[in-house]
Design a protein around this ligand. Structure first.
Ligand SMILES: [Zn+2]
Length: 340
């Protein structure tokens, strides 16, 4: 028995000194001191069965070995714990005096930037900013704007119809009707917002796009006012050197109707692929509000008159930044968006 104890002691000391981790130490503890199968535990448990002569001697020795091994285990355990703290201290060291890492921060989408700029220019000319619903009634999107059923102009706007008979607005023009219904002239508003058309998507068409609609109504508002307002806008937004021209155009809610063209900002009017070699780009359809539209909102066309215009914000942004594909705005690609 005495010999067995001494062998256990030697082997255990060796194993403890060679242990490489806290886990290994824990296993060694179980191997010798485990409650059921620990090698020393078994011996200590057997001491009561020894002869009276042997009992004190072996008991003493066994206890000495037990204490010694426990101390060694404890010592080794501390070494590992200290080493672990050293590693953490080295790896996770922080210099609190260093400047922090700047969190990445986003910015407004280019369409939003352009919209806000447009709003700023028109606000400075006394226009209010109005809003309307994106899900619209057929009446506001078409009928009230002098586009009756079976009218060919409805076919020009491929519409997303909803099951309940409503639709996704195909332009921001319904907002002018909604404002006129609630207010009396004089009024000056612009209505920016999203519009939807069931279009085949290509470089210049998207199913979702952004427009801004403008309206000015009052006594004696004339074509001269329309020209003055739009030319001021173009010069302030695209630059003083930008030239404009007004051509006749057809839109059911205005009479007479026009297209306002500007000199191409990409080539400066010399001719390029964006302006198809003409040096001009159509940018603002406009005109004098049709008397039928005024009657629909119970205004008297003999007393008040006004003009309206619309503008594709995507198109304006494309002209401003020389972008040739509208789909880039809605693709969510940060490599594109980060440039603005
Ligand atoms: Zn051009």
């Amino acid at each position: 028995m005495e010999k067995e104890l001494k062998t256990i002691r030697e082997i255990a000391l060796k194993e403890i000194s060679q242990a490489k981790s806290l886990d290994e130490l824990n296993n060694l503890y179980l191997k010798y001191f485990g409650r059921r199968k620990g090698k020393l535990t078994i011996i200590l448990r057997g001491i009561k069965d020894l002869s009276e002569k042997e009992r004190p001697k072996i008991g003493k020795l066994a206890n000495e070995i037990k204490q010694e091994l426990e101390q060694e285990l404890e010592k080794k355990k501390r070494e590992f714990q200290e080493a672990k703290i050293d590693i953490i201290a080295k790896k996770e060291w922080i210099d609190v005096t260093q400047p922090g890492v700047k969190p990445p921060h986003g910015h407004l989408h280019p369409i939003t930037q352009v919209r806000r700029e447009v709003e700023k220019v028109f606000s400075s000319m006394g226009f209010e900013i109005a809003e309307g619903p994106e899900v619209e009634k057929e009446y506001y999107n078409f009928d009230a704007l002098n586009i009756p059923k079976e009218h060919s102009a409805r076919e020009l706007m491929d519409t997303f119809w909803l099951k309940d008979g409503n639709l996704l607005r195909t332009h921001t023009s319904p907002v002018q009707v909604r404002v006129m219904e609630k207010r009396k002239p004089p009024l000056r508003i612009i209505a920016p917002g999203r519009c939807f058309r069931y279009e085949a998507i290509d470089a210049s068409h998207e199913a979702t796009f952004n427009q801004v609609e403008g309206l000015m109504i009052g006594e004696g508002v004339s074509l001269a006012n329309l020209k003055a307002v739009l030319i001021s806008f173009v010069k302030r937004f695209f630059g003083e050197e930008t030239k404009t021209r007004l051509r006749p155009g057809y839109f059911p809610f205005v009479e007479p109707g026009f297209e306002l063209d500007i000199t191409c900002t990409v080539c400066g009017g010399k001719g390029c692929s964006v302006c198809k070699g003409t040096g001009w780009v159509e940018i603002i359809p406009c005109g004098m509000v049709h008397p039928n539209v005024l009657k629909n909102v119970k205004y008297d066309p003999k007393k008040v008159s006004g003009f309206a215009f619309g503008m594709g914000l995507d198109r304006v942004a494309m002209m401003r930044y020389g972008i040739d594909d509208i789909r880039l705005f809605y693709g969510g690609d940060l490599r594109f968006l980060n440039q603005f």
